[in-house]
Design a protein around this ligand. Structure first.
Ligand SMILES: Cc1ncc(COP(=O)(O)O)c(C=O)c1O
Length: 404
């Protein structure tokens, strides 16, 4: 048996394509902050993480353009060698102060920030503890480390305490959580996690990917939302969501960041963030700070869509943020609903196993500050139509969006 045989035997994607409900790798031909042209037709984008709608902001566009002209399009090297620009240091300094930390280190993607922040810290004899619903990049970061991995059931804090208590007293311990869980839209109970981590002498890392620009008085994320910035040891974030670019960061104590800078394989053995992406993230951070009204509008849109989906009769779980899961059922049904929404001009994402359990497939809607009121109406109308057409909710539950 060849190691490649499994590839020939893998037919699932082709089967789903044959049914006309394959949702992945869809080529987008053109975009605005809130719409995407696909197959020649404009669809409302509620499947991106463009929370503040900054991908097309004039200041961000201009900064990326100028950086490309000044530094070229690529860094053509590792941060360690020729790939560090003054802009990388500027972004690190800005983010350290934004997260109220001593220092920060910037990686080429958010995924790499997870690998690069976790793996070097979790050596042989150390222990890392992850919520079952933590993002895959955090799990992969832990797997790349040489320590022992413990997963606790989602928000099972008693289970986490028991696991921590079983670890030898002197061992290094790192608790890792998403700030906002990316498939649920729920906010982690950081006060509990801080207390438990302290009780057991563990350090705490929070991934603010879906909370940056969304939560906290200044948009700095979950730790700031709870006023716990100083109690969280390490903050991770990505630039691919509210900051409209690509890249990632870890922020924390200066000695920790210095250690990571010199031990992180995900930083050293890859090319650095391209100049335009760094400049774009910097400009987006400026806009995030200068235009707090964007965050307010994001919440207005979020509340409208969440209330609208509930009044149609959908179960949207325990979401508390612009990430809104619409629970559908099994994979086939979720893909069918995704396709129906797509045909009605709405771009969403179906979330199916292994990201979620087989009977908890969902359509994930992510709101943006840039969605207009009219676009919000159209999204809700499409969901309502699809709910009726596919009998997704009890007949009596379906109400006209105008009644909301
Ligand atoms: C919670 C979380 N962490 C990390 C990442 C990785 O970030 P990036 O896509 O910027 O590499 C993501 C992206 O989906 C995420 O949702």
């Amino acid at each position: 048996m060849s190691i490649l045989d499994k590839c020939r035997e893998y037919t699932r994607a082709d089967e789903v394509k044959a049914l006309g409900i394959y949702p992945y790798f869809t080529p987008i031909q053109e975009t605005t902050a809130t719409e995407a042209r696909i197959d020649g037709e404009w669809r409302i984008m509620v499947g991106s993480n463009n929370y503040l709608g900054l991908t097309h902001h004039p200041r961000v566009l201009e900064a990326t353009h100028c950086a490309a002209l000044r530094y070229g399009v690529g860094s053509t090297g590792s941060r360690f060698l020729n790939g560090t620009l003054d802009l990388h240091y500027e972004l690190e300094a800005r983010l350290a102060s934004f997260f109220h930390k001593e220092a920060a280190l910037v990686f080429t993607t958010g995924y790499q920030a997870s690998l690069g922040a976790i793996a070097p810290l979790v050596g042989r004899g150390d222990h890392v503890f992850l919520d079952r619903l933590d993002h895959a990049s955090l799990v992969d970061g832990a797997r790349l480390g040489l320590g022992d991995i413990h997963r606790y059931a989602h928000e099972d804090f008693d289970g986490l305490s028991r696991q921590l208590a079983r670890v030898p007293r002197g061992a290094g311990k790192l608790v890792i959580t998403d700030g906002v869980f990316s498939m649920e839209g729920s906010i982690a109970d950081l006060p509990r996690l801080v207390a438990i981590s302290k009780e057991h002498g563990a350090s705490l890392l929070v991934d603010e990917a879906h909370a940056l620009g969304v939560l906290g008085p200044d948009g700095a994320g979950t730790a700031s939302h709870f006023g716990l910035d100083s109690q969280v040891d390490l903050i991770l974030a990505t630039f691919s969501k509210s900051l409209a670019s690509v890249g990632g960061v870890v922020a924390g104590r200066a000695d920790v960041v210095n250690y990571l800078r010199h031990h992180s394989r995900a930083l050293i053995f890859t090319a650095s963030m391209p100049p335009a992406s760094v400049a774009g993230a910097l400009a987006a951070l400026d806009v995030l700070i200068d235009e707090p009204e964007r965050r307010e509008q994001l919440w207005v849109n979020t509340r409208r869509v969440a209330a609208g989906l509930r009044s149609i009769g959908f179960d949207i779980g325990r979401t508390q943020t612009p990430v809104i899961p619409v629970l559908i059922g099994d994979t086939l049904r979720a893909l069918t609903v995704w396709r129906a929404l797509f045909d009605n001009g709405i771009f969403t994402h179906p979330i199916v196993p292994p990201a979620v359990p087989a009977n908890a497939c969902r359509i994930r809607v992510s709101m943006s500050a840039e969605h207009s009121s009219e676009q919000v109406d159209r999204v809700l109308e499409a969901f309502e139509k699809v709910a009726r057409d596919l009998a997704l909710v009890p007949e009596t539950a379906v109400q006209m969006p105008s009644m909301r």
